[in-house]
Write a protein of this length. Structure first.
Length: 402
């Protein structure tokens, strides 16, 4: 049995016996866990899967939500023109299908969901119900991107798409013609099958913006004051509270000194308790500027001018009209043109004849000034023939006999 002696005890031995070192034990997965969890001071980022990003950047972030809504609603509201190499159609079965794609959705709802899926996940999937070669589908449905997985074939091209919901999986085979699924994806430099979403590029800014909002809410819950420490020194010099005293102090702090309704309430400390404030004030941390910078980065990733979102401190554009025109010209029109072209190419396989879908630029109010100047310049060019003028204005050739 090991004995302990006080210093100066006569019974103490001349030299203490050597104490064996404790046995060292280490888990084989300890290093892996430590690497995954990260060391102190390392940033913690939210998951990067589609479902987590959508919750953090769309349903849980007002800037991401507004950016997606602005782009998707603007793209869905653009009038579409259907034409082929010979003429422009005022009425066409393809236009009728897009106008009423399924019993639950209209044209605007379908295109808004399609563009929103593309912005949130980088991929958009449209399912054709019915239809065959020479016959358009009876219905069109937008599939949730987080439920679709691509099955590549031996040649690298998609052989099938699996749609999983409620524990059940349905496979769409891509071996026949026409294809049952239209897959529209954004450019991804490191993935051959899935696209890169603007929300993925803005994921870091979304985390910063959400963290700043959470910090502001925590400050509000604590009367907008920095945290501190209550130091206890008893009359006997001891610095420890009994369990009952500790629990009572914590309950009183939560009940009477936290939350917006308790802002400004004085703190009554009994004998032996002293309040020591710690940390930085919100102005020192400059959380507001950090939050605004993150909001501008989110808007930049989606291609939305910050001025349209009401974000202060942005002087990129001279006025609101110029920002709105740049929004349509640089963001909405390229995206809507690509989505319309992909749908037209896919549905042309059902028709057996190639048709084109594109936005009608002459009916976009934000571009009215540009289009008016363009029409005036083309009309005043006397060295151009009528056919050349029609081609420059995006009109098909005049039918013979007119």
């Amino acid at each position: 049995m090991m004995q302990f002696f006080r210093r100066g005890d006569a019974a103490a031995p001349a030299a203490a016996a050597p104490v064996p070192a404790p046995e060292a034990k280490a888990s084989a997965t300890g290093r892996v866990v430590a690497r995954v969890l990260g060391g102190p001071g390392r940033a913690v980022w939210s998951p990067r899967d589609v479902a987590s990003l959508t919750r953090a950047g769309f349903t849980g972030n007002p800037i991401g939500f507004r950016c997606v809504k602005l782009v998707a609603e603007a793209a869905a509201a653009l009038p579409l023109v259907c034409s082929d190499a010979a003429r422009r159609y005022e009425t066409h079965p393809l236009l009728a299908l897009i106008q009423r794609p399924n019993p639950a959705q209209g044209r605007a709802e379908l295109l808004e969901a399609l563009v929103a899926q593309l912005l949130l996940s980088g991929n958009a999937y449209v399912e054709a119900v019915g239809g065959a070669a020479g016959l358009l589908p009876e219905e069109l449905h937008v599939l949730r991107s987080d439920r679709v997985s691509l099955i590549p074939g031996p040649d690298g091209w998609p052989a099938a798409y699996d749609y999983t919901a409620g524990g059940r999986t349905h496979r769409f085979a891509m071996t026949g013609t026409p294809d049952p699924i239209c897959h529209i994806k954004g450019f991804h430099p490191q993935d051959d099958h899935y696209g890169l979403a603007p929300l993925q590029a803005a994921a870091v800014a979304v985390d910063v913006h959400n963290a700043a909002s959470a910090w502001s809410k925590a400050l509000l819950d604590n009367a907008a004051r920095p945290s501190g420490a209550i130091v206890y020194r008893g009359s006997d010099g001891q610095g420890a509270l009994s369990p009952d005293q500790y629990d009572r102090l914590v309950n009183e702090m939560e009940a009477h000194h936290q939350g917006a309704r308790n802002a400004g309430r004085p703190m009554l400390l009994e004998g032996g308790l002293d309040w020591k404030p710690m940390g930085f004030s919100p102005s020192d941390m400059e959380f507001h500027e950090t939050k605004m910078a993150a909001a501008r980065e989110i808007a930049l990733a989606f291609g939305v001018p910050p001025m349209l979102l009401g974000i202060p401190g942005d002087a990129t554009y001279a006025n609101y009209a110029e920002a709105n025109r740049a929004f349509y010209r640089l963001t909405v029109l390229p995206l809507a043109t690509r989505v319309a072209a992909a749908l037209a190419w896919w549905l042309s396989a059902f028709l057996g004849a190639e048709v084109a879908l594109r936005p009608d630029l002459d009916q976009v109010p934000a571009l009215a000034v540009e289009r008016e100047a363009h029409w005036a310049r083309v009309a005043a060019a006397e060295f151009l023939t009528e056919a050349e003028k029609r081609r420059l204005l995006g009109l098909p050739p005049r039918p013979e006999g007119e």
